[in-house]
Design a protein around this ligand. Structure first.
Ligand code: UGA
Ligand code: MN
Length: 477
């Protein structure tokens, strides 16, 4: 699988200009169009013990540089004469159509002034020529309307978003509740107002119901409470809104949007499943819907560990900043290789042809930069989410801003929490009343998806005193 991306740096200066973006356009569009395509065992996806994904070499060949391999798979193998004839006809017809279009189209005479002037060739990884006025919009406190959290459960926002993005990234997004009010008086040792001029960090957290969900989000929230000018986008992978989670998030007092963004059902049973993708797509849609062109986007999973210095490091990202992530795969580290202040390569034990072999937590993107790429996307392709997302925003290696003292520090850790099924504890219903705390405790645990009490299932609850267990009736009746 030799490609320009594997040649020594000095040999590939010309190729760094994303010369294969057209193929990326094709690939990403095809991935979106073929969402329903089976890609588990048939496509050769294999699980890898360290939680990341591996593909059979055959598929890895197709994905990486997307040169000849992709062309072959997209247009069929050479020797298909009917297809070749079709291509010849199109080659003749297309220039004629373009000519007619440019002669009769009114915008062609005044394309500079047209609203939302878009490069007709724009697509994934292609840049939109946005007017300066858009990029200078600043989301200051004045634009930030404080309002109390409102539950807008089951209100689909998909229609309006589709029209803005050209394609909906998440078909089933529901905004559960949202608050732009920052109720913190002090952050660090300064009053909140001291930070008013900082760009906002949009911290996107995919999450999903399981017994560790509330503890993970609690830990994360207490980190985020130390971060000024942050909007927390919590996207939950489930149908409908979780009112308990809603109250929890609102209780922290930081600006947030809580949305329900379930993974499309056809991916649920896949092994591996595209984890957190529907959620991130929903958040991308929300950002587009709000036309945010100032601030920084960061994908912060609910189980990682974040050093507070990370937030200062990414805050002033111009285009895309990158930094090492600890505890990734075989090397326990993944991140850029930096020479003389420039990113020249990447260190990651799983390359698989990825141009950007980085973890989701290893980069941040400025919204003004991302706004220039209207076809930003994150396909449902396990293991390739970061790579294809970064390709969709036309990243060039020489544009990357290395952070964390030229990538010598570790400011984020890919910690993972052991997953266990929610517990069932055998306890008689008749004792679940106000005579003791147990009824209230188990009702809370059940709402959190941690555990539930049952009369007929689960391990019998052991209740003891002085090292001796006694019948439930002894303590509870
Ligand atoms: C690694 C990367 O760090 C993730 O960013 C990437 O999405 C993932 O691999 C992948 O490629 O599948 P890892 O720790 O292996 O992450 O995965 P999880 O932490 O289990 O899931 C990533 C995020 O998606 C988490 O925030 C999690 O809450 C969420 N998720 C997971 C869902 O929303 N739905 C699920 O069914 C599973
Ligand atoms: Mn994780």
């Amino acid at each position: 699988m030799p490609s320009a991306h594997y040649q020594p740096l000095e040999l590939r200066a010309d190729h760094d200009h994303n010369d294969d973006d057209d193929d990326v356009v094709d690939l990403i569009e095809r991935l979106d169009a073929e969402q329903h395509e089976r890609w588990t065992s048939e496509t050769g996806v294999q699980s890898q013990s360290n939680g990341r994904i591996r593909y059979h070499p055959q598929l890895a060949d197709e994905l990486p540089s997307m040169g000849g391999g992709m062309a072959a798979s997209r247009y069929g193998r050479a020797g298909n004469s009917g297809f070749r004839r079709f291509v010849y006809i199109m080659l003749i017809l297309l220039p004629v159509c373009f000519l007619i279009y440019f002669v009769i189209s009114p915008q062609s005479q005044d394309s500079e002034d047209a609203d939302g002037d878009v490069d007709p060739h724009n697509g994934i990884g292609k840049r939109r020529h946005i007017k300066l006025s858009l990029t200078t919009t600043r989301l200051t406190t004045a634009h930030y309307h404080p309002f109390h959290a409102t539950i807008i459960a089951s209100k689909s926002t998909h229609g309006s978003i589709r029209s803005m993005m050209g394609h909906a990234l998440n078909e089933s997004l529901h905004i559960c509740s949202e608050s732009h009010e920052d109720r913190r008086l002090y952050i660090g040792d300064k009053p909140r107002s001291a930070y008013a001029q900082l760009p906002v960090i949009y911290f996107v957290t995919p999450t999903y119901p399981r017994r560790e969900q509330i503890p993970e989000l609690t830990r994360l929230a207490y980190t985020l409470l130390h971060v000024p000018r942050l909007h927390w986008l919590v996207a939950n992978d489930r149908e409908g809104c979780d009112t308990f989670l809603d109250a929890q998030i609102n209780g922290f007092g930081i600006p947030y949007t809580h949305m329900a963004s379930p993974m499309p059902s056809e991916f649920r049973k896949a092994k591996p499943a595209p984890r957190g993708v529907a959620n991130r797509r929903a958040a991308l849609q929300w950002l587009h819907q709000h036309n945010l062109t100032n601030g920084v986007l960061y994908f912060g999973d609910d189980d990682n560990t974040y050093d507070l210095r990370l937030f200062s490091e990414i805050r002033h990202t111009q285009r895309v900043s990158m930094f090492p992530v600890g505890l990734i795969a075989e090397y326990a580290i993944s991140g850029p290789v930096v020479r003389e202040g420039k990113v020249v390569a990447f260190l990651d034990s799983w390359v698989a042809g990825r141009r950007w072999p980085v973890d989701m937590a290893g980069f941040a993107v400025s919204l003004s930069y991302m706004a220039q790429y209207p076809n930003v996307n994150m396909p449902y392709k396990p293991g390739y989410e970061e790579d294809l997302f970064l390709r969709s925003i036309g990243l060039h290696i020489d544009q990357i801003e290395p952070r964390g003292n030229n990538c010598t520090e570790i400011l984020v850790w890919h910690t993972q929490t052991k997953n266990k099924k929610s517990a069932v504890v055998r306890l008689e219903n008749r004792y679940m009343d106000e005579r003791s705390n147990l009824g209230a405790l188990f009702r809370l645990l059940e709402r959190m998806g941690v555990a539930r009490a049952s009369e007929s299932e689960g391990l019998v609850a052991t209740i003891s005193k002085n090292g001796k267990s006694k019948s439930h009736a002894y303590f509870l009746s």
